[in-house]
Design a protein. Structure first.
Ligand code: PAZ
Length: 314
């Protein structure tokens, strides 16, 4: 199937079979418990310009949408398969960049009774607000087997892992949700046209012709997981075109929902677009002041739609 869809232009990344097996076991176990499971994709993709890559094209996505959404899905009782760009925002950890805990955590000294194999750390409770709760939430989800994270870096990794994830979730039918928040490149340089070595400036100004990346929504909806509840995201910078583009995507791929958002306002405003509705979700200043995140509203809205979708199927 991989060769059929992705072809030789996107050679299979090393480690794919191991990740595919992990995802399959994760999905099968939760599926056997009748649980709802969501695949959250998150972060941008790297598009190499050379085979021995020195340079690549990337994009703005921080992965925060995916990370916060994964937390909300776990709170809502979903099993979460988190397919994310390496070093992008990670659930429960993204609020604590290294400079927060590097300064706050200190090794506990002079505890003679503590064996040398143990590391004891301490911090003023006020110096890391929310840290202990975040650790507990992460560990609870991971220990219960409700959370699995899988990393990608390049566009090629992403495409193969998405396909493998879809195949793992397929047996769950309508209980599987795809929440495709990753910002995936639309363009790539085919492996066959990529120079092997670093491109040199002595060759003059650089001209690159990039090909269009095949749209994975099409085989996902039609073949890989045809019964699943599928949500794609549409990001634009021009607010006058975003809803039209979201509608076009729904007509083309025939999936259930597009979440439309604008680059600058994406943290506080989105529109949930379906074939017969448009629902605006926003955060008030007061909600933002309380630390609420728009993803809580997105996930709550989508969870209700997903339950209705499952009930319609049965
Ligand atoms: O990753 P982030 O939190 O910085 O941004 C989220 C987002 C804008 C990448 C996401 O909401 C989105 O719209 N993803 C799809 C982008 C697209 O391909 O149109």
């Amino acid at each position: 199937m991989a060769e059929e869809t992705l072809g030789a232009e996107f050679p299979e990344p090393p480690g794919l079979a191991r990740c595919a097996a992990l995802m399959q076991r994760f999905a099968a176990r939760l599926g056997s418990q009748g649980r709802r499971v969501v695949l959250v994709t998150s972060g941008g993709t790297k598009v190499p310009l050379e085979a021995r890559t020195v340079r690549f094209l990337d994009n703005f996505s921080s992965g925060r949408r995916g990370a916060v959404s994964a937390e909300s899905f776990l709170s809502a009782g979903y099993g979460v398969l988190f397919l994310h760009r390496a070093r992008s925002a990670f659930p429960f950890a993204h609020r604590f960049p290294p400079q927060t805990w590097l300064a706050a955590l200190r090794p506990v000294k002079g505890e003679a009774e503590v064996p040398s194999s143990r590391l004891l750390l301490e911090a003023e409770a006020t110096s890391l607000p929310g840290f202990a709760a975040a650790l507990r939430s992460y560990q609870k989800a991971a220990d219960a087997g409700n959370f699995l994270s899988v990393e990608f870096a390049t566009l090629t990794d992403y495409l193969h892992l998405l396909q493998a994830a879809a195949q793992a979730l397929r047996p769950l039918g309508s209980c599987a949700m795809f929440y495709l928040a990753a910002a995936v490149s639309d363009f790539y340089v085919p492996a066959s046209e990529m120079p092997e070595h670093k491109i040199h400036s002595s060759g003059g100004p650089l001209q690159i012709t990039m090909k269009l990346v095949p749209k994975m929504l099409s085989p996902l909806v039609k073949d890989w997981a045809p019964k699943a509840f599928v949500i794609s995201f549409k990001l634009e910078t021009d607010p006058t075109v975003v809803i039209d583009h979201a509608r076009k995507a729904l007509e083309t791929y025939r999936h259930q929902v597009v979440v439309a958002n604008i680059l600058e306002s994406r943290r506080s405003y989105v529109v949930i677009v379906t074939k017969d509705s448009e629902t605006q979700l926003s955060l008030s200043d007061e909600e933002m002041g309380k630390g609420m995140e728009i993803e809580e509203k997105i996930v709550s809205n989508l969870q209700s739609r997903h339950i209705a979708f499952i009930n319609e199927e049965n």
